[in-house]
Design a protein around this ligand. Structure first.
Ligand SMILES: Cc1ncc(COP(=O)(O)O)c(C=O)c1O
Length: 543
């Protein structure tokens, strides 16, 4: 028996074993397998003495919603691991990839010679340090080779202007792996229903999938509970929600909000709107030459009127990784809560909101290999409870009369109306996909690739890199003497290389450098040293 129960909402009960289909025990075994693949350890709790799933096993099944749904749908052919994989494609691939990488380890090259990029741990690859073959099979990122990762993204097979597509516009949006595309299709083919209402089977399936995705988000960013996670449309909506629902009611004229010079307009304009209505004032953390925040200046901005700090973890233009742990601890020493804008960080570096002690953290699905129109806001429980509702409507209420409304507890309090359910489920699949590979390994690979890109671009005559902080992620912004940014962008597009040109919704930081725009290649998990080489070659031959 699978039962879901959400605060203030009646329990929804799913079906149990179906004759001819795998038993609960088999499903639990598969959930264990998945847990082991993803988290490196087995779930010891499986079945309780009465044969029902224990709490731990049930929560593991939330990671694998396709499995649960297959069991619930007698019409589905479902005979074993092969099918499990097709229902929930990210589930078994990590183990298979690990196996394959072990098999090829001895012969595979671990270094791409033109880059010095390290392609795997010595245990995995056996011959670390001795390689001479230049190829993506030789670069191992966590449980997969770079080539396997590239194969996971169908759009990377596209040709653009007769050239193979090189996608370097990841800061604007990332591409989606097949696991995400399949999960979205599976949702609409087998689970689609509104959530939390009605007691029919599809409502139970979509609710399980939706709430399972919420748990996946919580685990991915180290939140204590899925109740800390509010689904929003993206980073922009998450910041506006915090500004209007938590900060605005606490402000009076003369109160101060601290932002940084690196912020995207999405982390500036919502605070201006709030400041205009309340008479609050915005103060700005300055940056040094390299584009890193100056912590000593930040400390000086605090006064008895400081009420809130909102900063980005990674600059979308300069790629600077900011010292958010220190920023938070300094703010907390003054009793001030902090929001971290994770739009450009969460896909590239491991994030743990509990370790950071962030009060709020926001990110967008589409920048982390998931669909557009979905994102997540993390908030500490007590702060979400204190915050006022953002929108009013159905789903967020416990009881309504014409005189008053009693709201559901967070997160439902902030999710008025019907959300983007399928996209939330697919966001869960994207995070599972990344966890299956390994975020620390992804961060390590991207760090080396960004370093390689900076070094190679830095050798080009007339090219000025914008943003040279030691700690950088993804962005390789530059300007080129003798060419407008549009000319560079158009020429690169003619060579199949997609980069963004313009102000990137971060005019204050660009104007600090005396610029109105830059060319911004942004790297992601599937970019290769060869992509960087092609970019450098194209810039050198621009005409
Ligand atoms: C640092 C940063 N914050 C916020 C946003 C806004 O994200 P979204 O448009 O997904 O809401 C972006 C988008 O580029 C960003 O780079």
């Amino acid at each position: 028996m699978i039962t879901t129960d959400f605060a203030g909402i009646p329990a929804v009960t799913g079906t149990g074993d179906v004759p001819g289909l795998p038993t609960e025990a088999e499903l639990t075994r598969l959930a264990n397998l998945f847990f082991e693949d993803t988290y490196g350890g087995a779930l010891t709790d499986t079945l309780a003495s009465d044969g029902s799933l224990t709490k731990a096993a049930a929560s593991a099944r939330q990671y694998c919603p396709g499995v649960i749904s297959a069991n619930e749908n007698p019409a589905d052919p479902f005979t074993g691991a092969g099918e499990v994989k097709s229902y929930s494609p990210s589930v078994l691939s990590a183990r298979e990839a690990e196996e394959q990488s072990r098999q090829t380890a001895g012969s595979a090259d671990q270094y791409a010679p033109s880059t010095g990029l390290y392609g795997g741990t010595p245990e995995k690859t056996g011959k670390a340090g001795v390689g001479d073959q230049y190829g993506n099979d030789g670069i191992i990122i966590g449980s997969k080779s770079l080539e396997q990762i590239r194969q996971d993204f169908p759009i990377l097979q596209e040709k653009v202007n007769s050239h193979p597509l090189i996608w370097m516009d990841n800061g604007a949006t990332t591409q989606r792996p097949k696991a995400v595309i399949d999960r979205l299709s599976y949702y609409y083919e087998h689970e689609n229903s509104n959530v939390h209402r009605g007691a029919h089977t599809l409502a139970a399936r979509s609710t399980d999938a939706y709430e399972g995705a919420r748990q996946t988000v919580a685990d991915f960013i180290g939140a204590p509970s899925k109740d800390n996670i509010v689904f929003v449309r993206g980073t922009t909506e998450g910041i506006n929600l915090v500004a209007q629902s938590f900060v605005r009611p606490r402000l009076k004229p003369g109160d101060e909000i601290i932002l940084s010079l690196l912020e995207h307009h999405a982390n500036i304009v919502p605070w201006q709107l709030v400041a205009q209505k309340t008479g609050a004032v915005i103060k700005v953390i300055p940056v040094d030459e390299s584009g890193q925040l100056i912590l000593s200046e930040y400390e000086k901005l605090f006064s008895k009127n400081t009420r809130f700090v909102s900063v980005t973890q990674v600059s979308n233009v300069l790629g600077t990784i900011t010292p958010v742990a220190e920023i938070i601890s300094i703010a907390h020493a003054h009793g001030v809560p902090v929001l971290v804008d994770g739009a450009q960080s969460v896909a590239h570096i491991p994030v743990n909101v509990s370790a950071l002690d962030a009060d709020f953290f926001v990110f967008s699905g589409h920048k982390i290999y998931a669909p557009t129109g979905i994102g997540a806001l993390y908030g500490k429980k007590e702060l979400l409870e204190e915050a006022e509702p953002y929108h009013g409507g159905g789903n967020m209420i416990a009881d309504v009369t014409f005189e008053r409304t009693i709201y559901n507890p967070a997160p439902n309090k902030f999710e008025a109306g019907t959300g983007s359910i399928g996209d939330a489920v697919a966001l869960g699949a994207a995070l599972d996909y990344l966890s299956g590979i390994g975020m620390p390994e992804i961060a390590r690979y991207e760090h080396e690739l960004v370093g390689y890109g900076m070094r190679e671009l830095g050798k080009i005559d007339g090219l000025t890199l914008i943003g040279t902080a030691t700690e950088k992620s993804s962005a390789l912004s530059f300007v080129l003497d003798g060419y407008s940014i549009d000319q560079v962008g158009q020429y690169l597009d003619s060579q199949g290389i997609a980069v963004r040109t313009g102000h990137h919704c971060a005019q204050p930081i660009l104007r600090h450098y005396g610029l109105e725009g830059v060319v911004r290649p942004t790297l992601a998990l599937y970019n290769t040293p060869q992509d960087v080489d092609a970019l450098v070659r194209a810039i050198k031959t621009i005409h």
